[in-house]
Ligand binder design. Structure first.
Ligand code: SF4
Ligand code: SF4
Length: 195
């Protein structure tokens, strides 16, 4: 059984949002809501300046707080580590939206909660998520964490630095950021760019 994960190399990401647009199209995400977005922030002081472009989406946490709070079982974790929502069971109470510390979920106008699925429908056919396929810089790696030959395992092994968002929460994210541009790690800003 795979343990799906994603890694994004921030030293390669240029914030073009091709991934965000591909996700919108692939998953028919309605206007005004997002499964995937880009945060960007300028870091440092002249002449030592850099920019962090950071795509964000559901981290498919290994210990996801969005699952146990769901009163209907609509929010669930698969054996291969995906965190998904069954729209048929979802009553749109919003408990999971409140529980997710990463703002990864939104209320779909169809009357259920939605979010990144790691393109589960593509994985079933042996494909990779649309964001991974589309990225022009190749900064996204996906696959089975337990397979040392998988792109994600190799990317993690080769990375100079690996960060996750808010590790102190114990959610155990399975979206890893590699080679953050700042020596201090991931930026903390709240500015978000949607495309
Ligand atoms: S990022 Fe949010 S929605 Fe995704 S698994 Fe973690 S807690 Fe749940
Ligand atoms: S909004 Fe839907 S998935 Fe989220 S907790 Fe309520 S019933 Fe469960």
């Amino acid at each position: 059984m795979p343990r799906y994960a994603m890694a994004i190399d921030l030293s390669l990401c240029v914030g073009c949002a091709a991934c965000a647009v591909a996700c919108k199209m692939e998953n028919e995400v309605p206007p005004g809501v997002h499964r995937l977005w880009i945060r960007e922030r300028e870091l440092g002081v002249f002449p030592d300046l850099t920019v962090e472009f950071r795509p964000e989406q559901c981290l498919h946490c290994a210990n996801p707080p969005c699952v146990p709070v769901c009163p209907t079982g609509a929010s669930y974790q698969t054996k291969d580590g995906l965190v998904l929502v069954d729209p048929g069971k979802c009553i749109a109470c919003g408990a999971c939206v409140a529980a997710c510390p990463y703002d990864a979920r939104y209320l779909h106008p169809g009357g259920y909660v939605d979010k990144c699925t790691f393109c589960a429908h593509r994985l079933e056919k042996g494909g990779v998520p649309a964001c991974v396929e589309t990225c022009p810089t190749g900064c996204r790696a996906f696959g089975d964490l337990d397979d040392p030959e998988s792109p994600v395992a190799k990317a993690l092994k080769e990375a100079g630095r690996v960060d996750v968002l808010r590790p102190e929460l114990g959610t155990q994210p399975k979206l890893f950021y590699l080679n953050a541009p700042s020596k201090k790690g991931l930026s903390q800003e709240r500015e978000v760019r949607h495309d």
